[in-house]
Design a protein around this ligand. Structure first.
Ligand code: FAD
Ligand code: DLZ
Ligand code: SF4
Length: 563
């Protein structure tokens, strides 16, 4: 009879987890806080605190249901501070004969586990060796067993089967396939409301004086308070503040967030899904991604709850369909892409981007108001909504040619919901078009006109979204045309970009040259930051000269052209 050690990772906090099913007598469940996981990118302190607090609460719940649990605290003297090594140490300590783990959320860990499995297969443990204590450094390899994580609508094998033989893997096709397979928002085999997609109803800009729902707060018990103090002392130098910590760290708290979303946000979720607000970080968004990714909520229960609101007449179809598409569609789709394309996916850089990360991504020290607010909200809440990630920080990085590894590390570090299986395809594929168009048929590039239309940042900005050259011109405008010029070879023949390249071609030479000069001058002044590990990601880092990105802006005459 085997005696396994079950390693439960920080984002596997679901009692129904495949590796926790049918536990044999004597099995030990281990959860391990380790420095290595907290530092491989400089995670936002709120993200680390949320994970540790949720892990501690989950371990206590397992224990109270009779499971034998070992919890490695970060400050335990014997904690070896590396996840897989710590699991092996514990397995030896408890005399376990194998380590079981559900598929992790990052290729890095998956590959390390596979390497250990292979090592164990090459050096099988004999009956005698299992009983003896080997001298330190000479232990025989312990067998690792990986089980599929089935807390999703699909497995990577399902995605692979769907994708096989297809020329393109667009989200819309996968989403429709999953709608049919699950029956979500289906009526007599047809999509509810006669349409698969209500996107055109979901692009309303922000009206003036709109009131936003106030998010729930959660009691911070002694466990959570201890974690907040620990994280402040051990990771306090990372970018991000702990002050406004509000994340749910138990299933009960996560369910309270879900109820709040269904009652107060879902009815307006659809129409303001793409809106930008200078004041509100959350608008009508659910803020459920972190709880979903930790495993406190399941995607199925969340989608069914939203569908129930439509069926009960409490939420309109455009909102409910828009919300379900994000979870049933995008979330599953990016996960399938990730697991079926890695590790090569991460090497993609189809547009040949080479720039380091702009320094103000770590300081919010910029006069570009939309970027400043997105980064400030990120710092204060470990959160920014999708349009801020895609069309503000992401769009800026795309237009400036920031290299994928620099941008991916930033997104992986700064958001409470960040895990590579979901972060990487969104950053590398959706934002940077670095996968050569596998995920999106065209890049999501936009000028200041888009940001102006969708919200109220521009009214509070020193730049003017209607100007394209001159000291007051919104930098997004010249960068946009510069980007199109730079990538004509890769994008010029794209049918979805024909119209915009037509406008570029019709532009007078002097104007094109003025735009080019404006963008080049901006890029020459843009301060960047070295890769993580060289210290400049730390809170309090400020680049040398506030507002320097416009310091010697060209004095071309302002143009009133808007794009
Ligand atoms: P809502 O707007 O309320 O949406 C509902 C749910 O749909 C989310 O909770 C999330 O689970 C899911 N969802 C929405 N959009 C996406 C998407 N594009 N891909 C996958 N799931 C989606 N999401 C993460 O969970 N982790 C990440 O690390 C992450 N990194 C991102 C990086 C970039 C550059 C971009 C553009 C997007 C990223 N996203 C990521 C997707 C999305 O921005 C977040 O899921 C969303 O903003 C979370 O806020 P919310 O829960 O209020 O979402
Ligand atoms: C993100 C994170 C952090 C900060 N710390 C831990 C930890 O101490 N222990 C742990 O099990 N997981 C942690 N994680 C999450 C992992 O880095 C990793 O992203 C997931 O476990 C992949 O499924
Ligand atoms: Fe952003 Fe340009 Fe608007 Fe300023 S003017 S908020 S930089 S889009």
């Amino acid at each position: 009879m085997s005696k396994p050690l079950i390693l439960v990772l920080g984002d596997q906090l679901s009692p129904s987890l495949a590796s926790l099913r049918d536990l044999p007598e004597g099995a030990v469940v281990a959860l391990c806080e380790v420095i290595e996981e907290g530092r491989y990118v400089p995670h936002h302190p709120q993200k680390i605190a949320m994970m540790f607090a949720a892990m501690r609460h989950f371990a206590a719940e397992l224990e109270s249901s009779g499971v034998r649990v070992h919890y490695s605290h970060l400050d335990d003297d014997d904690n070896c501070q590396q996840l897989l090594e710590e699991a092996e140490r514990l397995a030896r300590h408890y005399g376990c004969d194998e380590i079981r783990v559900a598929r992790p959320g990052e290729w890095r860990l998956y590959a390390a586990i596979q390497a250990r499995r292979e090592a164990a297969q090459q050096a099988p443990r004999t009956e005698e060796a299992q009983g003896e204590e080997a001298p330190p450094g000479e232990e025989t390899a312990l067998p690792w067993r990986l089980v599929e994580d089935d807390r999703f609508f699909t497995t990577p094998a399902d995605f692979d089967a769907w994708a096989r033989g297809r020329k393109s893997f667009r989200l819309e096709h996968f989403y429709r396939y999953l709608r049919k397979r699950t029956g979500l928002l289906m009526e007599d085999g047809q999509p509810a409301g006669g349409q698969w997609n209500f996107d055109h109803d979901n692009r309303e800009p922000l009206p003036d004086h709109l009131a936003f729902p106030k998010p729930p707060t959660h009691e911070q018990d002694a466990t959570t308070q201890a974690v907040l103090a620990l994280v402040a002392s051990r990771f306090g130098e990372h970018f991000g503040s702990l002050e406004a910590f509000h994340w749910p760290v138990t299933r009960t708290q996560a369910l309270a967030e879900l109820t709040h979303f269904l009652n107060a946000c879902l009815p307006d979720f659809g129409r303001y899904q793409d809106a930008l607000s200078d004041q509100s970080p959350f608008l009508f968004h659910s803020r459920l991604s972190a709880a979903l990714n930790l495993g406190l909520l399941s995607p199925i229960e969340v989608c069914e709850a939203a569908e129930g609101e439509y069926q009960a007449g409490r939420a309109p179809l455009n909102s409910v369909e828009g919300f379900i598409r994000q979870i049933l569609g995008w979330r599953e789709y990016v996960r399938g892409l990730y697991w079926t394309r890695m590790p090569n996916y991460k090497r993609g850089n189809a547009l040949g981007a080479t720039r380091d990360l702009p320094a103000f991504f770590w300081s919010a020290d910029t006069e570009m108001r939309c970027l400043k607010r997105a980064i400030e909200m990120t710092r204060d809440h470990a959160y920014a909504h999708h349009i801020q990630r895609l069309m503000v920080t992401g769009n800026f990085a795309l237009l400036c040619g920031v290299k994928p590894e620099a941008l991916c590390d930033w997104y992986l570090a700064v958001y409470a919901d960040a895990c590579e299986w979901v972060e990487l395809p969104n950053t590398l594929g959706m934002v940077l078009h670095a996968d050569g168009g596998l995920m999106g048929s065209k890049p999501y590039c936009a000028s200041g006109k888009y940001i102006d239309r969708m919200g109220d940042h521009c009214r509070q900005c020193r730049y003017d979204p209607k100007k394209v050259t001159g000291t007051h011109a919104c930098p997004f405008n010249s960068l946009y045309w510069h980007f199109l010029e730079e990538h004509r070879e890769a994008l010029g023949d794209n049918p979805r970009m024909k119209l915009i390249y037509g406008s570029l071609d019709r532009m007078k030479d002097e104007k094109r040259e003025a735009l080019h000069q404006q963008a080049e001058a901006f890029l020459a002044r843009l301060e960047t930051t070295p890769a993580y590990g060289q210290g400049r990601h730390l809170a309090g880092y400020r680049h040398s000269d506030k507002g320097s990105e416009h310091r010697d802006a060209s004095d071309h005459a302002d143009s009133q052209d808007a794009y």
